[in-house]
Write a protein of this length. Structure first.
Lengths: 262, 401
């Protein structure tokens, strides 16, 4: 009886009245939400160091779903010394399969395959890890619903995600995450990640969110790396000219195309 | 008891809320992304390139032949300005073209050098890649003109990569983008599923840019005459490649008929195979080639499981006797602003036959502006090389536009 009372009490304190879904179900809904298909977007990346010095990157990306798998090809447009660099990835839904990744470096005139198991590395020098840019295996996590909050004027669930294994921590670079999931559209609108090394926190934020062609779409997002209250580095990503349902055939997502360029 | 429990739970919840509030303060950074200009659509023509100023300083005292007398080349070995220009065009329906060229002047050389050396090293201006390409069919591409085709899977050693000659005048010191010399060819690529077939006819005969008489890397005590065979006609080279790409692995089969780079430039027949396998953080690679009656085999591995670091080892055995090994470290730090590399090359599976080590770092000063520098160390083997005095420091400031 006491245990039952305690459980009810804890639940009533921790959860909002309308939280019928479990944390696992919410994260599953995040993974399952319609994120569009056959997408083209221009991407501007701003890298800001702790002294406020800025570096810029510009890219064009093409995304396509192939069944449950996702394919993406991305070309660097700026700055000049990396223009022409291309990146192709096949992100498999099956967590037992390693993603296929290739890089084209114009200086080498060569498409090079990349071993991709470790996704804890920086994505193109930014504060985002490769694991932030691909889907995670939600079976590898324990999720706990913490509370509800309001973020950017919208109600969110606050969910704690803890990797079940050391391998997952090493692969993603994070030992724990807090996810802020919007209740109306299942977008992760904020997140705090505990880096596995260095005692750093990484703050993910989505200040730009729009419905484009009926798809909730992130148009601006940032990741800030902090140690204590000090900002070490920050990356802002802007997406422009986002278009869905474009005529992207499979030939677009090949090393042939990677080599030919944009 | 119940009241105490409620108090405990309430205070715990309050503490958790305070922790959350503290954490939320981390989202206080003001966004500046409004200042990021939207990406412009690709233009039909783009002119790009780079301008670089490089310095080199020889630490040892190598003595080389001169026009008048042998001389010590200790000291400044490079004070070079280099300009690269690339014009790229798009002509609709996927057709595109490229015209590239470069010019360089190195003011570090005195009159003590040989005429051959000054002619080859002091100044040069040459046409680089110059091609047009397009699709004849959704599955068939054609590319005509001076171009670079890289075969094989290795990054530091060559087994099947026989299409383009190399600039090897200063071992380990040539910029990677200038290492392969483009040659004129007609190339057709056809694709079916995971497979791609390439056919090439290469009329332009171009030899490696090798060290010349008067260089510390020139192997002979006297100049050795050599002439480049005529291009075209019966000297035309032919090549074919079949490549299959699959999840986690790929394979290429090669066949080439080409003129040997070394005199008397006899025609060689090469059949080869190259493959990659990916397993976790490991990329495994192999190449094998039969060139006339000689068999060359390469194996290699890359490991990228360490943070921002890639380690690579490649080993090759040529004709069952000659061996080479390359060990490469490359890293990315400060959000890819600092990129250190270490390359160790050995002319055997040990250090007895000589080799070199190159420690370098690239630093991005600003968008498109990079500073690089490092040290190159050579060591002699058992009489096979005599470049142990040629260690040098180098630095370069490069602006890309």
């Amino acid at each position: 009886m006491k245990r039952l009372l305690l459980t009810v009490l804890l639940a009533s304190l921790a959860l909002p009245a309308h939280a019928e879904m479990s944390a696992r179900e919410i994260v599953q809904a995040v993974n399952d939400r319609d994120d569009g298909d056959n997408r083209i977007a221009d991407m501007s990346m701003l890298l800001i160091d702790k002294h406020g010095n800025e570096r810029r990157r510009a890219m064009r990306s093409f995304d396509k779903d192939k069944g449950e798998d996702k394919q993406r090809i991305m070309f660097f447009l700026e700055p000049a010394d990396v223009a022409g660099t291309g990146f192709l990835t096949y992100d498999y839904d099956d967590p037992t399969l390693d993603d296929d990744q290739w890089l084209y470096l114009p200086a080498l005139r060569k498409v090079k395959r990349i071993a991709s198991s470790d996704k804890s590395g920086s994505f193109m020098g930014s504060d985002f890890n490769y694991s932030d840019m691909t889907r995670r295996n939600i079976d590898a996590y324990d999720f706990t619903l913490q509370k509800t909050l309001e973020v950017h004027g919208a109600a969110v669930w606050l969910i704690e995600a803890v990797p079940k294994s050391r391998e997952e921590i090493e692969e993603t670079g994070y030992k724990k995450s807090l996810l802020f999931v919007r209740q109306d559209n299942f977008i992760v609108t904020r997140a705090i990640h505990w880096s596995a090394e260095g005692g750093r926190l990484k703050y993910f934020d989505v200040p730009g969110l729009e419905q484009i062609d009926g798809v909730w779409t992130i148009t601006r997002m940032s990741m800030t790396t902090k140690q204590g209250k000090s900002t070490l580095h920050r990356t802002e990503l802007n997406f422009d000219n986002i278009r869905y349902n474009q005529a992207l055939d499979e030939a677009m997502f090949t090393t042939r195309r990677l080599e030919k360029g944009l | 008891m119940r009241a105490a429990l409620l108090l405990l739970i309430a205070s715990g919840a309050q503490a958790a809320d305070e922790n959350i509030d503290l954490l939320l303060e981390g989202f206080d950074e003001p966004a500046v992304a409004e200042s990021v200009a939207p990406t412009e659509p690709p233009k039909p023509y783009t002119l790009g390139g780079s301008a670089a100023f490089g310095l080199g300083y020889t630490l040892g005292h190598p003595v080389v032949p001169g026009d008048n007398a042998p001389h010590d080349v200790h000291g400044l070995s490079r004070a070079r300005i280099k300009i690269n220009l690339d014009l790229e065009g798009r002509f609709g329906d996927g057709w595109r073209g490229k015209l590239a060229g470069n010019a360089a002047y190195n003011g570090a050389y005195s009159d003590a050098y040989t005429t051959e050396f000054i002619d080859a090293y002091e100044s040069e201006a040459e046409l680089g890649e110059a091609w047009i390409s397009g699709s004849l069919h959704p599955s068939v591409d054609i590319k005509l003109g001076r171009q670079i085709v890289v075969w094989g899977r290795s990054d530091s050693l060559r087994v099947t990569d026989v299409i383009n000659p190399l600039d090897s005048r200063e071992p380990g010191m040539v910029d990677i983008e200038d290492l392969r010399l483009p040659v004129a060819m007609a190339k057709i690529d056809a694709y079916v599923g995971e497979w791609g077939l390439s056919l090439m006819a290469i009329p332009e005969i171009r030899l490696n840019k090798s060290p010349v008489y008067g260089s510390e890397f020139y192997p002979a005590p006297v100049p050795m005459p050599d002439t480049t065979p005529a291009s075209g006609g019966e000297n035309t080279e032919y090549a074919a490649a079949l490549k299959g790409e699959f999840s986690g692995w790929d394979i290429s089969l090669y066949r080439a008929s080409f003129l040997d780079d070394t005199a008397p430039h006899e025609r060689r027949q090469m059949s080869g195979v190259a493959a990659n396998w990916v397993s976790g953080n490991w990329l495994l690679k192999m190449e094998a080639a039969r060139i006339d009656n000689r068999d060359d085999v390469l194996i290699g591995a890359e490991y990228s499981g360490l943070r921002e670091t890639t380690l690579a080892l490649e080993m090759v055995e040529r004709d069952g006797t000659q061996r080479q090994m390359a060990l490469r470290y490359s890293g990315e730090f400060l959000h890819a602003r600092l990129k250190p590399t270490v390359l160790v090359g050995l002319f055997d599976f040990g250090i007895d036959n000589g080799g070199f080590a190159r420690l370098a770092a690239d630093y991005e000063l600003a968008d498109g502006l990079g500073l690089s520098g490092g040290v190159m160390s050579y060591w002699d083997g058992n009489g096979t090389t005599r470049w142990g005095e040629s260690d040098r420091l180098f630095a370069e400031l490069k602006y890309s536009f």
